[in-house]
Write a protein that binds this ligand. Structure first.
Ligand code: GAP
Length: 467
């Protein structure tokens, strides 16, 4: 028990340390912080924006490696009919329960899971209340420890808004709850361009909005987040094989991104969400435990069949050889950008001792590091040194735009600061540089410093990541 508590405390502190580093060094800020914060929202600061972009571009490259992959950017607002057809209006719910003692709003299914009781995804509100009532005496509020709950209420997760400024013409609309629906409603458009044929994929990255009952664990459960989704359209007879291939590929992708294999695992869904025939999650070992990073789903022809029914548009394709008309099955890979950022931060966070001093270091894979190199003049009040350093900085920055200038504080302080944002290399320009054009190249992970010809540094740094 004591061991468990110590482990839990260590995990809590790791998440707290990551949150604090993210704020201190400009990765992520609490949303609307000067107004006391806004639940489930986070703003990305200067280094967060670049880390985010680097991860997104790794995902895009992985998708682009397929010869039959189309990219799409569909709108956040769609006709409300899209969400009625998709089943999200009726079936995209989470069971809410309120603790009457501390007024916390909690997920009833999570509380039941806590005492090893599974609530089925398809249960009605009445069935959920029966299940909760049968177990009520065993469940305590995780916030205040009391057993004073109300009734379970199914809360729809779609966020809503109003479009129009003309009163009687105002229209209630849904913000998209997954990017996938934009892909399904454009499936025929993409096919009709004549560049693609079954099997092929459509990929897109974009913002998603959900009325999560209890946003929590930093970037893990937000109300506004970004998905990187790919829908692969196949003939039904080829769906199983394609599903297995995509599962293998997606696991390989995360290892290639720099996540240790032992921090990744597969978990099959016991409770299938309404659109899925089969669903597996790639889970990551977050500081708070194993949880979902990406979902890989076999959605069958559910979505195309629903949109065909609601829109009246024939979405079937023709097999050129057999002339068979059929609705393709869809294999979906659905990754969360924010969860990947959290996983990469947790994976990279480290504390060690260097030259007798404790330091915090983010050991980002160089390709993901928001800053690839920092250039320092040894002293900021020696014009000849500053000029030389500025010249070298300009050359490196031209080739490696994610290069920064830093002349604030002593060299030790500058190293610590760059270590905290995960800069793989620091380049110091000193008096020797003025004589022989060599600089000190310092490696983030080992702290090792080498004298290198300034003409060689660009190649040395670039060779550590693929452009
Ligand atoms: N189109 C399928 C779909 O949306 P999902 O499991 O609900 O499936 C897919 O979401 C991915 O989106 C998850 O694996 C996760 O990475 C991310 N995600 C889901 N809800 C999230 C939230 N509230 N905050 C951050 N990321 C979330």
């Amino acid at each position: 028990m004591a061991n468990n508590n110590a482990q839990k405390q260590k995990e809590d502190t790791l998440l707290e340390k990551i949150v604090s580093l993210c704020k201190r060094r400009g990765f992520v800020f609490q949303g609307s912080e000067i107004y006391g914060g806004f639940a489930g929202m986070y703003d990305f600061g200067p280094h967060g924006v670049t880390l985010r972009r680097n991860i997104e571009s790794a995902w895009r490259s992985a998708m682009q490696a397929h010869d039959k992959m189309a990219f799409l950017d569909s709108s956040i607002f769609t006709s409300p009919k899209v969400w009625e057809a998709s089943g999200h209006v009726s079936g995209f719910n989470d069971p809410l329960i309120v603790c009457f003692s501390c007024h916390s709003k909690l997920r009833a299914d999570h509380l039941l899971e806590g005492i090893a009781v599974q609530a089925d995804e398809k249960m009605t509100e009445g069935e959920l209340n029966e299940l909760f009532d049968a177990n009520r005496t065993k469940i305590t509020c995780p916030v205040c420890g009391k057993k004073n709950f109300g009734k379970v209420v199914q809360k729809n997760l779609l966020a809503t808004s109003t479009l129009g400024k003309f009163e009687e013409e105002d229209q209630d609309v849904y913000l998209r709850g997954e990017t996938a629906q934009g892909i399904f409603i454009n499936f025929k458009n993409v096919l009709d361009t004549g560049f693609y044929s079954i099997p092929f994929g459509i990929a897109q990255v974009g913002k998603v909005f959900r009325n999560e009952i209890s946003p929590r664990q930093f970037l893990f459960r937000k109300r506004e987040f970004e998905q990187m989704e790919m829908q692969y359209f196949v003939h039904p007879k080829d769906a199983e094989k394609a599903y297995e291939n995509w599962k293998e590929e997606r696991m390989r992708y995360y290892v290639g991104l720099g996540i240790a294999q032992e921090h990744l695992r597969w978990k099959q869904h016991e409770r299938l969400v309404f659109y899925a025939r089969d669903a597996w999650d790639i889970q990551y070992k977050y500081p708070f435990g194993w949880d979902e990073l990406e979902g890989v789903h076999n959605r069958g022809d559910y979505d195309l069949a629903q949109h065909q029914k609601f829109s009246g548009v024939d979405l079937r394709v023709t097999d050129e050889a057999t002339k068979e008309r059929y609705l393709p099955y869809v294999i979906e890979t659905s990754a969360g950008l924010d969860r990947t950022i959290l996983a990469i931060l947790a994976e990279s966070y480290d504390e060690d001792e260097m030259n007798g001093e404790k330091r915090v270091v983010l050991r980002f894979p160089p390709a993901l590091a928001p800053v690839k190199a920092a250039v320092f003049p040894l002293l900021r009040n020696k014009p000849e040194l500053v000029k030389k350093a500025r010249d070298i900085f300009a050359l490196v920055k031209k080739e490696i735009p994610e290069t920064v200038w830093d002349d604030n504080g002593n060299i030790g302080k500058r190293y610590r600061r760059q270590d905290e944002i995960g800069t793989p290399y620091c380049i110091t320009v000193d008096f020797e540089t003025l004589e022989d054009n060599t600089v000190t190249l310092r490696d983030r992970d080992t702290g090792k410093q080498e004298r290198v010809q300034s003409s060689e540094i660009i190649q040395r740094i670039k060779s550590t990541y693929a452009l």
